[in-house]
Design a protein around this ligand. Structure first.
Ligand code: NDP
Length: 240
């Protein structure tokens, strides 16, 4: 029987590539998004993958949505925690709201989704959780204390949950992407981006499907002994 996956933030950017790559591998995918209806509708029309609007930072909304997806698509075997936001600014300028929003979405979202799906995975004796961290969670980044803290937290969350899930055949891994050519990176000023690319040994930005193939590996039967790991996919920019 086909496995069922939820990909948060799965309707555009890296998440869209993950949704499509898992679908192409025969997995039934439900893609989540926060509010960009236009992109979500176009995504569902073009791919045939259903999309579900809910806020991953809202605990109750995650519980409800995961129940609905279990009914409509099937019991959830795979969770890809990909939804993420940036609210950049130096500590000096960062508001408490911008700190909290990034922690609640990027890190809190992983907790909320894992809470909603872990019990079912335990009962069925199978689960795959993949959390999308970041090179900036490994190395830090100027103007991103909120984002770096949340992403770094994801890497710790992954290792702890891997220990809890192991005896139930639930693996939990992270991917730490480097700079990938999505809308999030399009928001970085051109002169800053030029300097970043100059520091990438492979000499270019990554592509979303290069992250998606890493996710596919981690949820596949080729990775049955891989848990608690962080796979860096960053063109050699940071070797950790
Ligand atoms: P995008 O900004 O292109 O897409 C973000 C996705 O997350 C959208 O689908 C968005 O929904 C969704 N989303 C945002 N907030 C929420 C929320 N509260 N609830 C549900 N969904 C939400 O991001 P990328 O594709 O660039 O990034 C994907 C992940 O990869 C993020 O976690 C990011 O931090 C990480 N990453 C990205 C890198 C890059 O270079 N691009 C580098 C390292 C890590 P909607 O469309 O409705 O807005």
């Amino acid at each position: 029987m086909a496995r069922v996956a939820i990909v948060t933030g799965g309707t555009r950017g890296i998440g869209r590539a993950i949704s499509e790559t898992l679908r192409d591998a025969g997995i039934k995918v439900a893609a989540n998004y926060a509010g960009n209806e236009e992109k979500a509708k176009a995504f569902t029309n073009e791919t045939g993958i259903p999309s579900y609007k809910f806020d991953v930072s809202d605990f109750d909304a995650c519980q409800k949505a995961c129940e609905q997806i279990a009914k409509e698509v099937g019991p959830v075997d795979i969770v890809v925690n990909n939804a993420g936001i940036t609210r950049d600014g130096t500590l000096q300028r960062m508001s408490a709201e911008d700190w909290q929003a990034v922690i609640d979405t990027n890190l809190g979202g992983c907790f909320n989704m894992a809470k909603a799906c872990f019990a079912g995975m335990r009962e069925r004796g199978f689960g795959r959780i993949v959390n999308i961290g970041s090179i900036n969670g490994q190395a830090g980044q100027y103007g991103q204390v909120n984002y770096a803290a949340a992403k770094s937290g994801i890497h710790g969350f992954t290792k702890a949950l891997a220990q809890e899930g192991a005896r139930f055949n639930i693996t939990c891994n992270a991917i730490a992407p480097g700079y990938i050519d999505t809308d999030m990176v399009a928001a970085v000023p051109a002169n800053v981006l030029e300097k970043i690319v100059a520091k990438i040994p492979i000499g270019r930005l990554g592509h979303a499907d290069e992250i998606a193939r890493g996710v596919l590996f981690l949820v596949s039967d080729d990775a049955t002994f891989v848990t608690g790991s962080t796979m860096s996919i960053n063109g050699g920019q940071h070797m950790y």
